[in-house]
Write a protein that binds this ligand. Structure first.
Ligand code: ARG
Length: 556
């Protein structure tokens, strides 16, 4: 709709000699009009004229168009130069029909299909996944789905933290306990990592020993490699299980360790920039602290593996973009890495983006903790939500396990994705489990109620020219806002625009069926038109919920 309105305006301003760069936006004051164009002020400046004069000329030209009624109900100049537009009902319906009949609801395909490489998840092997790891997984997966929906290609990589100090610590524990590969279980890992990690904080010697082990592992020690493989297998399987529960998947299951073979090549490529500094190798940067490429003991660091990984990704997969969905607190690290990539032209022609995300906080505004004071493991969080949801209503206890899992997912994801990615948010389980409010259960409930109406009636999938009342019109216009919501989510890499769209649609849909009783309606034409609106609403809701990884349970 906006595209057509812009085209109409552009044709007119071009004829009037004012160029063709009009932007049409949704109205700031929906009680006055549906859309507005504020371009007149710019034109007035550019052409040294009075905005009212220009505005009146444009409005007059629109009003005298032969096919005015096809598109508009009313167009007027408001205030010092706003063009306010109210579209005609037939135009609304025409656009809805186009949405209904087109692939992806008629969202414009990109001029050029590009490859987006997404780096998200990034769990650290041998450490239990907790609530903080959920955000990168959920935001990353959702962005991946949105990017694909917009017509691009994606490649996703989990980028496991699999070569860091935590592995050295676990191996240290294994050796101390006199264990072998066969003894390594998930329970053993979950107990050993925190134990040795705490010990390292107290005992410098243990810490050094763990660093030594990590370094030897990286250098290829056969004994350590064997243990590492087993740790990776056990912990990796558990990570995969949790991601499966969340509906998060990856094309590549690579880790930091996979970057090691590329270090010599990237080191050679960056030769001119790498300097010696007290035995270490560093890359001085303009306004940032230097990037440390190799420590004086010969060990490589996080930045080194990221550079080597970039090298691997661009040579193997030739992406146009590499997106990192990583905790805000790592922004300095990525600034350093990106600066090296840019000055050395390593990533020439490739767009690198750091998409930071904020912290998940508890009611106290501090990082979300369990009662015992640690970050809750994801498993426990799932159970906690299940239990809470069961207490909300007696019939909830009778739901199938599969349906409950879908609801748990909806609660978590709707809570998370409604916040702008880079902001911290308070995770209030109680609030987000309710069936009222901006919550997953509210959306699911709305969908299922509409679905029930649709199943009871036979729909002819035809829309007539009439819009029957205000809420009817509001809902129809809301559906037309889909492209804008998706485009904003895609352009800004922020799924919350889509979540807002889903929520606003659900609110209007709820009002719609409360005010417009379909069952028993005698006017068949009206009934069909309303059924059609609800049918399209639910189709859109379902497809958009898929992009935020929310599945619909069989009943609620
Ligand atoms: N494993 C890292 C962490 O937990 C996150 C990895 C992010 N991705 C990357 N390419 N550095 O902090």
């Amino acid at each position: 709709m906006i595209e057509v309105l812009e085209r109409i305006l552009n044709e007119i301003t071009e004829k009037l000699g004012y160029g063709n760069e009009n932007k049409v936006i949704e109205s700031n004051r929906p009680e006055l009009c549906d859309f507005q164009c504020d371009n007149v002020f710019k034109l007035a400046k550019k052409y040294h004229k009075n905005p009212i004069e220009i505005g009146e000329a444009i409005v007059h030209a629109i009003q005298t168009l032969d096919d005015f009624c096809l598109y508009f109900e009313k167009v007027e100049l408001a205030g010092p130069g706003f063009i306010n537009m109210t579209v005609s009902d037939s135009f609304i319906n025409k656009c809805l029909r186009y949405m209904q009949e087109s692939e992806h609801f008629g969202i414009k395909k990109p001029l050029k299909k590009e490859t987006y490489f997404l780096d998200y998840g990034g769990p650290n092997v041998a450490k239990p996944l907790h609530v903080g790891h959920m955000r990168t997984a959920i935001v990353g997966e959702s962005l991946k789905r949105i990017i694909e929906y917009m017509g691009h290609k994606t490649i996703s990589d989990v980028h496991l933290g699999d070569y860091g100090l935590q592995i050295g610590q676990v191996i240290y524990g294994i050796l101390q306990d006199g264990k072998t590969e066969e003894d390594i279980t998930l329970a053993y890992l979950e107990e050993t990592y925190p134990k040795i990690s705490a010990l390292c904080k107290e005992d410098e010697q243990v810490k050094n020993a763990c660093s030594e082990i990590t370094k030897d592992l990286q250098d290829g020690s056969i004994q350590y490699q064997k243990l590492f493989k087993k740790i990776l297998e056990i912990s990796g399987n558990d990570i995969k299980r949790l991601y499966r529960y969340l509906g998060v998947s990856f094309d590549l299951w690579q880790g930091e360790s996979d970057a090691y073979p590329y270090i010599p090549e990237v080191e050679k490529y960056l030769e001119a920039y790498i300097k010696d500094s007290e035995g270490a190798k560093i890359i001085p940067l303009n306004e940032l602290p230097p990037l440390i490429f190799r420590k004086s003991n010969g060990a490589y660091l996080y930045a080194t593996t990221d550079l080597a990984t970039i090298y691997e990704r661009i040579t193997k997969y030739h992406p146009n973009h590499i997106l990192y969905i990583v905790d805000n607190r790592q922004s300095l690290h990525f600034k350093q890495v990106f600066e090296v990539c840019e000055t050395s032209k390593l990533t020439e022609g490739v767009n690198l983006e750091f998409l930071g995300y904020g912290t998940v906080n508890g009611l106290d505004g501090k990082p979300y903790k369990t009662r015992s004071g640690d970050a809750p493991k994801l498993d426990n969080l799932f159970t906690q939500i299940k239990e809470l949801f069961a207490t909300k209503k007696d019939s909830n206890k009778e739901m199938s396990g599969e349906d409950i899992d879908k609801i748990v997912n909806a609660i978590l994801k709707f809570a998370d994705l409604q916040n702008s990615r880079e902001k911290d948010y308070i995770f209030d389980i109680e609030k987000f489990s309710n069936v009222v409010g901006k919550t997953g259960p509210y959306i699911l409930y709305t969908y299922l109620r509409i679905d029930k109406i649709l199943k009871c009636e036979s729909i002819k999938y035809k829309i007539n020219g009439i819009i029957y009342n205000e809420i009817d019109r509001k809902l129809r216009l809301q559906l037309l806002g889909l492209e804008k919501a998706l485009t904003s989510a895609f352009d800004e890499r922020k799924p919350h625009y889509l979540v807002d769209f889903i929520y606003n649609t659900a609110v209007l849909a709820n009002q719609f069926y409360q005010m417009n009783h379909i069952t028993g309606l005698e006017d068949e034409e009206k009934k069909q038109s309303w059924l059609y609106v609800l049918y399209l609403t639910n189709r859109i809701l379902k497809n958009m919920l898929e992009l935020v990884m929310i599945d619909i349970p069989s009943f609620m």
